[in-house]
Design a protein. Structure first.
Ligand SMILES: [Zn+2]
Length: 551
């Protein structure tokens, strides 16, 4: 009896020793010593995150998590602030990548500087056309339009196409003019002449022809551009983007690059409504991997407010004969909606003016019938008629907005719209109230890519100079927490990804951004100065401002 008690005691001790060494579960990464805003349903804050195989396995206090888990890598956050990886609900990621092949001429203070920049560009890209964008002669001494004499002298055989900042004027050398097939006589007003001879400066359709003549990148070049674009996203804390209008070819290339581990960015590809795209993706009900989703169609209802292309119910206040334009006929939108409903796709339609928005709301309502969870979206939703706000709520239509559009447009929006209509423009808070949530994005490269600037514009309604002092239509600012949700969990929800990404919770993908300041509490004016220290995708550090990961 006595000996059996001893034996049991001995065995229990053995089991205890055994279980102590087994007690900690192995994980890949533990991030500790942090203020983690989980953005879960209770908005909990924690100190520590454990990650295994790209997913979050635990969150909690440092003591709690570290007592249960043993990691291959530890990351001391040094009391920094961790948020779910930022998601841009409306960008043009592929277009942004394509733009990266252009030499940036925006900062050039003279035509001489332009020449230096493009000489350097040619050195780096000896095989390709010389393409640049962003020049503005108003920044140069004399403010004269340039001509192409110097370009012809330096580059007699290599085509040069340099687009002005507004995109409507192009300076080209003779080699490019030949390639584009432009011949005299030019359409009146589309070529700037000097003593009756073309100077190489072209406008509108002639400019478009030159831009269209630029060869598209090869798959290898496109790969480089997409990888570079991904790096730029990581550097500003983006771990996911919605790409508003992509084609099958680009989607398949991105898919292959994601699968090869070359692009660590989650992408929601809104496909263009071409027959090729729709026939390929729709009958299958879309396409889904951990990194890619194809489950929506992108449509355009009208143009933009700045160029008076947005379609309004009443004419432009600064152009009384102009209502703007509808760019996709109603019946075409209806046909796409029909197919989308049939195959379970979202419809995401660009609509900016109150007339275009009303048209799209009306068409959506025919299919949605009442409250639903199909999350059909209106992209931009900039000028909403007073009588149309409640349709967003009644039919669960999601306004997908870009907070920096408000602060970029504020200097001229009133001229276009007049005071009364302006009150219902960029009405993000009011739109959010309709469904209780709102996704936010940038429309980059139209606006700055940074989600922190989007966040700042959403909460402050001010530009980067801090103007206007009281904010632009400040009643439509979002609270800091709502603005944070708009670039994380609500942006995820806008493309049905909220169970995978958008918050820091057990079971979700390990996508985080680590910032050097608490954007929920610092002084408003300091928000644009906040730095991204790390961006982490799938548990992997993809951007590291300072290298202090411990082995
Ligand atoms: Zn867009």
């Amino acid at each position: 009896m006595k000996s059996s008690v001893k034996l049991i005691a001995f065995l229990s001790l053995l089991i205890m020793i055994q279980s102590c060494s087994d007690f900690k579960t192995n994980v890949d990464l533990i991030i500790y010593n942090a203020s983690v805003y989980t953005v879960d349903s209770l908005n909990r804050t924690v100190e520590c995150i454990a990650v295994k195989k790209g997913k979050i396995v635990a969150v909690g206090s440092d003591a709690e998590v570290r007592s249960r888990f043993e990691a291959k890598h530890y990351l001391d956050a040094h009391k920094s602030f961790i948020f779910p990886g930022f998601i841009d609900a409306h960008s043009h990621f592929t277009g942004f990548a394509l733009n990266l092949r252009y030499a940036d001429l925006a900062e050039a203070g003279s035509f001489r500087e332009i020449i230096d920049i493009i000489k350097n560009y040619h050195k780096l890209n000896p095989e390709s056309w010389i393409v640049g964008r962003g020049w503005d002669q108003n920044k140069w001494p004399g403010k004269q339009f340039p001509d192409n004499n110097k370009l012809n002298e330096l580059f007699p055989d290599i085509p040069v196409v340099l687009t002005r900042v507004d995109g409507h004027a192009v300076l080209a050398n003779n080699a490019a003019i030949r390639k584009a097939g432009l011949t005299e006589p030019y359409t009146s007003g589309e070529a700037i002449l000097h003593d009756g001879k073309a100077t190489g400066l072209f406008l509108e359709h002639c400019a478009d022809k030159l831009k269209e003549a630029i060869p598209l990148p090869t798959a290898a070049e496109m790969t480089k551009l997409l990888v570079k674009a991904t790096e730029l996203c990581h550097a500003v804390g983006l771990t996911g983007v919605n790409d508003a209008g992509v084609d099958k070819k680009a989607i398949l290339l991105i898919d292959s690059l994601q699968k090869a581990g070359k692009i660590k960015l989650r992408l929601d590809a809104m496909m263009n409504p071409t027959d090729e795209n729709m026939n390929f993706f729709m009958p299958e009900g879309g396409y889904k991997t951990d990194f890619l989703r194809v489950g929506s169609v992108k449509l355009y209802a009208d143009g933009a407010l700045g160029s008076r292309g947005a379609c309004l119910l009443q004419p432009y206040s600064d152009d009384p004969s102009n209502y703007g334009i509808i760019v996709t006929p109603e019946n075409e939108i209806r046909t796409v909606c029909q197919n989308a409903k049939k195959y379970g796709f979202q419809v995401n339609t660009h609509a900016i003016g109150d007339s275009a928005i009303r048209m799209v709301l009306r068409i959506y309502c025919e299919f949605l019938k009442g409250k639903n969870d199909l999350r059909w979206r209106i992209e931009h939703a900039q000028v909403v008629n007073e009588n149309d706000f409640d349709i967003f709520g009644k039919y669960s239509i999601i306004p997908s907005v870009q907070a920096t559009h408000a602060t970029s447009d504020m200097s001229w929006a009133e001229a276009r719209l007049g005071n009364t209509r302006l009150k219902n423009a960029y009405a993000y808070h009011r739109l959010m109230d309709e469904n209780g949530w709102i996704p936010n994005g940038t429309d980059f490269p139209v606006e700055n890519i940074s989600p922190l600037i989007t966040y700042y514009a959403a909460v402050a309604r001010k530009n980067l100079e801090g103007k206007p002092a009281m904010g632009f239509l400040p009643e439509n600012a979002l609270s800091r927490l709502d603005a944070l949700k708009s670039v994380t969990i609500w942006a995820a929800r806008a493309s049905f990804q909220e169970t995978k990404i958008g918050s820091i919770e057990k079971g979700k993908m390990a996508d985080f951004v680590i910032l050097d300041a608490d954007i929920l509490s610092i002084a408003e004016k300091n928000i644009p100065k906040v730095k991204v220290k790390y961006t982490i995708v799938n548990g992997e550090v993809v951007y590291n401002a300072a290298n202090d990961i411990k082995k």
